[in-house]
Ligand binder design. Structure first.
Ligand code: UTP
Length: 468
């Protein structure tokens, strides 16, 4: 793209301020800026401007017909049957794992991809380590690899790939790990103008986890899934090291119901926990963000004392590959958020604002539910599978997550007959960490203990690693 072409397009869309430092930026910066401008979809920017202009209009009330969605709990024979079907899929290599790791992790405030964050309570191993080792354990158990699709964004893609290289893919075969990058979108100021974060550079942020659908297609990851005969894709977020990746019962339940998207849900910790709740409205399943619920809706209770909207989604899904193919070109709706974005002032100095100054736009993966023919919601016990690393401290922080991990592994050891000392809050007195390749379930732990592979002193920290 030439400067004249850029000028014309920018004028058409009221964005000519992007070239205001043209005379003072270097030749390299000029080339970079033109490349950025040529990559922006200005039709989307027009939609963003419209959303921004309408942002103070009263939001469409959450539908009056909204009801809590049906949620299944699996036990007994139903669970066994689902488990059998799930293991059949795993044995036949028809399941892939997909982690969304393109976010910016601003609340955690960690420099670098969030997946590289050290979460192991003893070893300090990373979030990516625990995910990858679970996949390796699955491969060893079921005799077929689970291809791993890792969504990154332009800002963390190179660092993520390097981290996997530096760690020898945590034992996985490099051929079974597929990195793909989501799209980036500009942010707008209150007047609808795209923001420069340097005189020759436009601020760009990832387009939200809903960007997964188009990125899968664009990158060739979807074709790769089809080529490998993948039928179910196990989707999860990078910041939850408790996730039971490729839980066979969940996969089996998804398959048995011919579901397009299946959603794992858990009871909310309290009415104000920031989880989207699962509802039905207009005959469709939906996830309604907690910010969209009125205080009355959040707190409303049923006759039995339970919250009316009790079950929240923690972004653990199974997608059918057929649905991902059908949905790849769907234009998911955009959501708008007021955020802090660095910008250049009229003198060309970069300013880091102390309060929100910009509007960012994102797509959310769960909006795809509206296009699904069949969906199911399956309840799980959050103490076993969910403890995200969102904040630097307080709730959902590295500290709470490490404690929850230690407690989960303590329960596994207890169920294998080891006596573990706990404090009065129910957490083990000492840190515990288990490499998923050593044991990835209570039953695997029991076998390891019975075979004498677990050399344990319960009076101190316990680190169980797999002898490769
Ligand atoms: P969050 O919404 O918690 O965002 O993402 P975040 O980027 O991790 O953290 P904050 O909000 O900036 O503090 C949930 C999951 O979705 C992924 C994240 O990497 C995380 O696994 N995600 C989010 C993406 O992959 N891309 C995005 O554009 C946004």
């Amino acid at each position: 793209m030439t400067k004249d072409e850029a000028d014309r397009i920018l004028r058409e869309h009221g964005q000519e301020h992007l070239l205001r430092f043209w005379d003072v930026i270097s030749a390299e910066e000029r080339a970079g800026l033109l490349e950025q401008i040529s990559g922006i979809d200005f039709d989307t920017v027009e939609k963003m401007k419209k959303m921004l202009a309408d942002k103070d209009k009263p939001a469409a009330a959450v539908q009056a017909d909204m009801e809590a969605a049906p949620v299944s709990e699996l036990d007994g024979e139903a669970r066994d049957a689902a488990y059998r079907d799930g293991t059949f899929e795993l044995r036949n290599g028809r399941v892939a794992a997909l982690v969304v790791a393109g976010g910016q992790g601003t609340r955690l405030g960690f420099e670098g991809p969030k997946g590289c964050f050290a979460i192991g309570p003893i070893s300090g191993e990373s979030l990516f380590y625990f995910h990858a080792r679970k996949l390796l354990a699955l491969e060893r158990r079921w005799g077929a690899p689970v291809p791993f699709y890792v969504m990154t964004s332009q800002s963390n893609d190179a660092a993520t790939r390097k981290f996997f290289e530096d760690n020898s893919y945590f034992g996985l075969s490099k051929d079974n790990v597929f990195f793909f990058t989501q799209a980036m979108w500009p942010a707008l100021d209150a007047a609808g103008r795209i923001i420069l974060d340097a005189p020759g550079h436009i601020f760009m942020g990832p387009d939200g986890h809903g960007g997964t659908l188009s990125a899968l297609k664009k990158s060739g990851a979807l074709d790769d899934m089809v080529k490998r005969g993948i039928r179910s894709v196990y989707y999860f977020q990078v910041d939850n090291p408790m996730v039971d990746i490729c839980d066979p019962a969940f996969i089996g339940y998804h398959i048995r119901n011919l579901s397009d998207i299946s959603v794992k849900v858990c009871a909310k910790r309290d009415p104000n926990e920031g989880l989207g709740v699962v509802v039905t409205s207009g005959g469709k399943s939906r996830i309604v963000e907690y910010t969209e619920l009125t205080p009355e809706q959040k707190n409303e209770r049923r006759a039995d004392g339970e919250l009316r909207f009790k079950f929240g989604s923690v972004a653990i899904h199974v997608f059918s590959t057929d649905f991902l193919i059908r949905e790849a070109d769907a234009g998911l709706p955009m959501h708008i958020a007021h955020k802090k974005v660095p910008f250049v002032d009229e003198g060309g100095s970069v300013i880091k604002p102390a309060s929100p100054n910009a509007f960012k736009f994102e797509k959310f993966i769960f909006d795809a539910l509206a296009d699904a023919r069949t969906t199911v919601n399956l309840a799980f016990d959050r103490q076993q599978e969910f403890s995200p690393v969102k904040n630097a401290d307080g709730s959902d922080s590295p500290e709470t997550c490490r404690k929850d991990l230690s407690r989960k592994w303590a329960w596994w050891l207890e169920s294998a007959g080891i006596v573990i000392p706990f404090d009065r809050y129910g957490y083990p007195l000492h840190s515990i960490e288990v490499d998923p390749c050593f044991a990835d379930s209570p039953s695997a732990m029991k076998i390891a203990v019975e075979e004498g592979r677990a050399n344990i002193n319960p009076q101190g920290d316990i680190l169980l690693k797999c002898a490769e």
